[in-house]
Design a protein around this ligand. Structure first.
Ligand SMILES: [Zn+2]
Length: 51
């Protein structure tokens, strides 16, 4: 079991380490690649799916 997130730009991440790990990577991705996007923690966490 793991967690996955798929960004609208095509970037995806799968992690077996839990939703917090995915969230950390997603937060970094948004900060670096979508610098103009304002997204709250809850909005980012809504993108995370359990697989
Ligand atoms: Zn992206």
């Amino acid at each position: 079991m793991g967690h996955v997130v798929a960004c609208q730009c095509g970037w995806t991440l799968v992690s077996p380490l839990g939703p917090d790990d995915v969230y950390e990577h997603l937060q970094l991705h948004v900060r670096v690649h979508h610098a103009g996007v304002k997204a709250s923690e809850s909005e980012l966490r809504e993108k995370i799916r359990t697989i």
